[in-house]
Design a protein around this ligand. Structure first.
Ligand code: BTN
Length: 247
């Protein structure tokens, strides 16, 4: 079996590795990883800011150029779920116990340690490429964490020591690339057990903030396409995206 190979573009400072990768999507090859020491305009899902002024943390974006029929790109949403599994598994090798908050946040002790942002570039109806950005808190101070407007944690605080960012980034990319072909062949089902086993919110009362409002229900299951079924008093509904909250 031929291993997929990748190359890393290291930048000292950039507005956002996602923005850089999206702007240069034509010239960046499949499996190029853009990594930066700091970002001046790091952003997350729902237009939120991603604190990126502290070096020693992962701010990186993987460029992917899947060969797909332009009509069949629904699996792209699952890329973020694959990466959330990979990040959780690598963090476990550092003796912490991450959980996954649907669809793709990684938490430890209920606090966010990693976030993932997927963006797509099209030429007409054809897919030019996908940019899979991720930030992992590895070396934040308590003062940095106080600036984040949601519960957050960093690996150095959990382990009470400095973390080697390059080592962790390489482990994440190695694992992502190793799982990639099976994921392309089998989709979400290739990671469903690893994903679902880290979802602590299942069977709990949850709220999901969507573009059209907040839905309250019981998180019933994760489906084979990565969507979530919610039980409402009168019916079950399937949710494909949103921001999940639970007590
Ligand atoms: C989220 O949880 O809302 C997603 C956060 C994604 C942050 C990463 S850091 C590297 C890449 N560049 C960005 O501007 N965002 C992503």
């Amino acid at each position: 079996m031929v291993m997929n190979s990748y190359n890393i573009v290291n930048l000292s400072s950039v507005d956002s590795t996602n923005t850089f990768a999206m702007s240069n999507i034509d010239s960046l090859e499949n499996f190029t990883v853009v990594s930066a020491s700091v970002q001046t305009c790091g952003h997350g899902r729902f237009g939120r800011e991603w604190l990126s002024s502290a070096s020693g943390n992962i701010y990186a974006s993987i460029v992917l150029k899947p060969k797909v029929d332009s009509l069949d790109i629904s699996f792209i949403a699952n890329y973020t779920q694959l990466l959330s599994v990979v990040v959780a598994q690598i963090l476990e090798t550092y003796d912490v116990a991450p959980e996954i908050k649907w669809p793709n946040d990684v938490l430890v002790n209920g606090k966010k340690i990693a976030g993932i942002l997927c963006e797509t570039a099209f030429r007409g109806t054809g897919l030019k490429g996908v940019v899979l950005g991720f930030g992992v808190n590895l070396n934040l101070s308590e003062a940095d964490i106080a600036l984040i407007n949601q519960p957050a944690i960093s690996l150095n605080i959990l382990l009470k020591k400095q973390i080697d960012k390059d080592e962790l980034l390489n482990k994440i990319i190695d694992s992502f690339v190793a799982k990639y072909d099976e994921f392309i062949a089998d989709g979400f089902s290739s990671i469903s057990l690893d994903y679902i086993s880290r979802c602590n919110f299942l069977n709990k009362n949850v709220s999901i903030k969507t573009n059209t409002g907040v839905i309250n229900g019981t998180a019933k299951c994760i489906n084979l396409d990565g969507s979530m079924t919610l039980s409402l008093p009168s019916e079950d509904i399937v949710v494909y995206s949103g921001d999940l909250f639970w007590q």
